[in-house]
Design a binder for this molecule. Structure first.
Ligand code: CA
Length: 222
């Protein structure tokens, strides 16, 4: 697993990263809320360990902003405070689990396993973002009363974009995730153009933008 740790106390952050490393997991550290949120929305992680008391933007605001942006990465919230009120605020703001400091290594690892497993088990039937809805079993993309069928490849691409809207996804990542690492770069362009035509046909305010030399991003007009 690749975990994002947003924690302003370097010793605690490093201790968690070292602990994850013993399990063969990798971690990235962010020491304040704004940096953490930025990383969480620009890269993909299996889970986020999020402290509540952070400089600038606190953990509640980070979790809430992530969920508002449609990011569903499991969040494990950490806090030194034990009041019930914080716990409720934490869960309301979109955290999946709440752990009170000090915690044991075993406890932390067990929580991370639980939230990542729970996310995998949740049966997804559809993905929705902006004015779009993608029915996963029927492979139908719809916008308002209009709908259009997608091929298997278009489905994989579209669901990748819908799971991480407004995030730049590189061509390399698309090739890895949608084609299992082996295809020509121009197949990506071809399939992106298929999806663009379908989005246009649906009259959606969402569109896939090309960022030269960087990748693609699903964006929506307000
Ligand atoms: Ca803190």
């Amino acid at each position: 697993m690749h975990i994002l740790i947003i924690e302003d106390e370097p010793v605690i952050a490093q201790t968690i990263a070292d602990l994850l490393a013993t399990q063969g997991d990798t971690a990235e550290l962010a020491y304040d809320g704004v940096t953490g949120l930025n990383r969480a929305t620009t890269a993909s992680f299996d889970a986020i360990v999020l402290d509540i008391m952070l400089p600038g933007m606190d953990g509640f605001q980070v979790a809430q902003t992530l969920r508002q942006r449609g990011n569903v990465t499991p969040v494990l919230m950490l806090t030194a405070r034990t009041q019930v009120g914080d716990r409720v605020t934490g869960l309301d703001s979109g955290a999946d689990y709440y752990l009170t400091k000090p915690f044991s290594s075993d406890e932390l690892l067990a929580c991370l396993r639980a939230i990542t497993r729970r996310r995998e088990r949740q049966e997804e039937t559809a993905l929705s973002w902006a004015d779009l809805r993608l029915e996963l079993s029927a492979s139908v993309l719809s916008c308002g009363s209009r709908s259009v069928g997608l091929s298997q490849r278009e489905m994989s691409l579209m669901s990748l974009f819908l799971r991480q809207p407004e995030r730049v996804i590189s061509k390399e990542e698309l090739i890895r995730q949608v084609w299992g690492g082996c295809t020509e770069e121009n197949s990506v362009e071809v399939y992106i153009s298929f999806l663009r035509k379908k989005l246009h046909h649906l009259g959606s305010r969402a569109a896939i933008h090309t960022l030269r030399t960087v990748g693609y991003r699903l964006e929506a007009e307000p």
